[in-house]
Design a protein. Sequence first.
Length: 221
Amino acid sequence: NDVLRLEAVGKTYGKGGPAPVEVLRGLDLTVARGEVVALVAPSGAGKSTLLHIAGLLDTPDAGRVILNGRDMTGLPDKPRTEARRRELGFVYQFHHLLPEFSAAENIVLPQLANGISQRDAAARAADLLGRVGLSHRADHRPAQLSGGEQQRVAFCRALANAPSLLLADEPTGNLDPETSDRVFDMLMALVRDTGLSALIATHNHGLAARMDRVIGLNAVA
Ligand code: ADP
Ligand code: ADP
């Protein structure tokens, strides 16, 4: 019962050109339902490439990407975008919240895009903000929030549409170590409370050790 399965995934940039760059070769990776997996990779090893492939934003040139039992590999853009919207949540090092909208609105908008009613979307936003201790910041804009608060809102936004898999790239990498630790705890609690599965890239071995399993990614020789 795997949420995500990468089978023998390969990726080469500039294939057939004068200077191809082979980034992934024969990569197998699974995330089981409810599992939180750390992805630890030195810079340049292909972490972003892997997350883009898992996030259906890029396609491998070998192997298969299976999301919730469905082979996504050869599918056209439309079902891939649809699956991305419904089944995946994304968190980055920087929050990428919409500056002109409040914290709550930033969590409501992706739900409206998925056909959820304003009322249900607002209730879910309030619930999520409560879980990360930010009920009192619901009506504030991102610029009025601290870095740690902004990231916590970004976590809520990622979970807004109740995805089955969270993909995170250095989700606390922009925060000072103490804040990073605290905010990471909240992310883990949020993931556990909602039964979410996650693949979380981090350079921080301390954070990686708190996840269920660690996968190391090395540059292709
Ligand atoms: P990481 O996120 O681990 O730093 P990336 O996945 O961004 O690594 O990149 C892995 C390797 O692939 C790097 O050597 C990078 O220069 C190369 N690369 C990434 N994207 C492209 C691209 N669009 N074209 C050519 N090379 C690329
Ligand atoms: P649309 O713009 O119609 O929403 P997209 O394919 O651009 O369609 O986005 C679908 C989902 O994929 C969104 O939830 C968005 O957050 C996510 N997404 C889009 N582009 C990226 C990207 N470069 N990196 C990570 N997530 C992305």
